[in-house]
Design a binder for this molecule. Structure first.
Ligand code: ADE
Length: 419
C-alpha cells in the first residue's frame, strides 16, 4: 500500500490519539457498528480530502469498516497531525497522503494521488477534490456518483458552481445539517479558535479588546467564548441583521477600520478574502495579534502585510512578527486556520455529530446513485434529527415528546380564543 506521511514510526503515538478521540465519538460508533454489519458502502471507492486529525481518523476507519475502499489526503497544508497520518497508514491500512507544513506542490501532489485512485465517490472539506474533478480530472465525471462537503466555504463554492452550470455531479452539503453548523461551527470553532490563539501566544484574554470579524455561526461561537474569558468583544459585520443580532447579544458593533485601532486581537471568521486589509493594518495598534479561522488563508491580506513590513521574524511557533513602520503586527499560523494549525481543531465530541453526518451522507449518496441531479442537496431532515437523537441518548439526556392532544392542536386551526 502506498502512502506519504512525515514519519511512519510515529504510528504508535497516532494510534493512541485516535483511540482517545474515539472515546468521545459515540454517535459515529453506533453508526459505524450498523454500517459494518450491513457493509453499506461495499462498492464505494471513496477519496476523502479532510483535515487529517484524530477525529477524521475515526471517520475513515468507520467508512472502511462499512466496506468502502478509501484513500485520504489533507484538506489544508498545516492541519495534519503527522502521528495520526502515520497510524492511519500503518495500523489501519488507509492510504494517507498528508504532511503537516507541506508546500503547495506537495499539497497538490497529494490531491492528485487521491484522484489517481479513481474514486467513484468523494468527500471534501473545502471542495478541492470536486474542483479538480471539474478541471484536471474531467475523465472522472461519468463515474463519480457524487460528493459530500464538510464546510461553509466548500458549500459556497459548490453553490457558485451550480449557479453557473459548472457543477456536473451531485453534492450533499453536510455543513448545512443542523447537527453540523449549529454545533461544530458555533461551539467547535468557538472553542478551537480560542484554543489555537492561546496555544500559539499564551496571552491572557481577560481585559483584552478582542475583535471578531463575521457574526455567522463561527463568529457567534468565537465572540461568546472570548467574552466568557473576560475579553471586551467588538463584532464587525457587513450583514445588517447579523450586526443587529450582535448588538443585542451585548457586543459593541463597529466598522473594522475603527475597531482595529482599539484591538489587541483581531480574528476573522467570514469565509471572505482580504477582510483585514492593508488600510486596516495601517490603523492597528502596536502589538496587535491577527488570526483567522476561515477555510482559506485569504481573510488577512498577507501579501500586503509582507509588502508593508521592513522585516519578519518567527518569534514563537505559529507567531510571526512583522515590523511595520514603528509598530509590530503579529500574525498567527501564517494566516491559515489558527484552530487547526496551532491547536487540534474541534474536539471529538462535536466532530462526532459532523462526521456522523458525513457517514450518513456517504451512505445516502451511494444508495441514491444515479437518482440525483448535479446540484447541491441537503441531507433529509429525518437523518439530521436522528443524529441529534443518538447524541442525546449517548449523553443520557431525555427530552419531552408531544402528547396526542398537543399534536392534534398543532395540526388544527379552529381552536383559539373562546367566545
Ligand atoms: N475541522 C475542524 N476541526 C476538525 C477536526 N478536529 N477534525 C477534522 N476536521 C475539523
Amino acid at each position: 500500500m502506498k502512502y506519504d506521511v512525515k514519519d511512519i514510526k510515529l504510528a504508535s503515538e497516532g494510534k493512541k490519539l485516535i483511540e482517545w478521540a474515539g472515546r468521545d465519538m459515540p454517535v459515529l460508533k453506533i453508526i459505524s457498528e450498523r454500517f459494518s454489519k450491513g457493509k453499506v458502502l461495499k462498492g464505494v471507492k471513496l477519496a476523502a480530502c479532510l483535515h487529517v486529525t484524530s477525529e477524521t481518523a475515526n471517520l475513515m476507519i468507520a467508512l472502511k469498516a462499512a466496506g468502502a475502499d478509501t484513500i485520504l489526503c489533507a484538506s489544508n497544508p498545516l492541519s495534519t497531525n503527522d502521528a495520526v497520518a502515520a497510524s492511519l497508514a500503518k495500523d489501519y491500512g488507509i492510504p494517507t497522503y498528508a504532511i503537516k507544513g507541506e508546500d503547495g506542490k506537495t499539497y497538490f501532489k497529494h490531491l492528485r494521488a487521491a484522484l489517481d485512485f479513481g474514486p467513484n465517490q468523494t468527500m471534501d472539506d473545502g471542495a478541492d477534490l470536486v474542483g479538480m474533478i471539474h478541471t484536471e480530472y474531467k475523465k472522472l465525471i461519468p463515474t463519480v456518483v457524487g460528493s459530500t462537503e464538510e464546510t461553509t466555504t466548500g458549500v459556497i463554492r459548490l453553490r457558485a458552481m451550480e449557479a453557473d452550470g459548472t457543477l456536473k455531479i451531485p453534492v450533499l452539503a453536510v455543513n448545512d445539517n443542523l447537527t453540523k453548523h449549529l454545533f461544530d461551527n458555533r461551539y467547535g470553532t468557538g472553542q478551537s479558535t480560542i484554543d489555537g490563539i492561546l496555544r500559539a501566544t499564551n496571552i491572557l484574554l481577560a481585559g483584552q479588546t478582542f475583535v471578531v470579524c463575521g457574526y455567522g455561526w463561527c463568529g457567534r461561537g468565537v465572540a461568546s467564548r472570548a467574552h466568557g474569558m473576560g475579553a471586551h468583544v467588538i463584532v464587525c459585520e457587513i450583514d445588517p441583521i447579523k450586526a443587529l443580532e450582535a448588538k443585542m447579544d451585548g457586543y459593541r458593533v463597529m466598522k473594522l477600520t475603527d475597531a482595529i485601532a482599539e484591538a489587541d486581537i483581531v480574528v476573522s471568521v467570514t469565509g471572505n478574502k482580504h477582510v483585514i486589509d492593508a488600510d486596516q493594518m495601517k490603523r492597528a495598534k502596536d502589538g496587535v495579534i491577527l488570526a483567522q479561522a476561515g477555510h482559506f488563508d485569504v481573510e488577512i491580506n498577507k501579501v500586503a502585510l509582507k509588502k508593508m513590513a521592513k522585516s519578519v521574524k518567527q518569534v514563537r511557533p505559529f507567531v510571526q512578527a512583522f515590523a511595520v513602520g514603528t509598530k509590530t503586527i503579529y500574525l498567527l499560523a501564517e494566516g491559515r486556520l489558527v484552530n487547526l494549525s496551532a491547536a487540534e481543531g474541534h474536539p471529538a465530541s462535536v466532530m462526532d455529530m459532523s462526521f456522523a453526518g458525513q457517514a450518513l451522507s456517504a451512505q445516502y449518496m451511494w444508495e441514491n446513485r444515479g437518482k440525483l441531479e448535479p446540484k447541491v442537496y441537503n441531507l433529509p431532515y429525518k437523518l439530521d434529527e436522528e443524529i441529534a437523537k443518538l447524541k442525546l441518548k449517548a449523553e443520557g439526556v431525555s427530552y419531552d415528546v408531544l402528547t396526542k392532544e398537543q399534536k392534534e392542536y398543532l395540526a388544527s386551526w379552529e381552536e383559539g380564543t373562546k367566545e
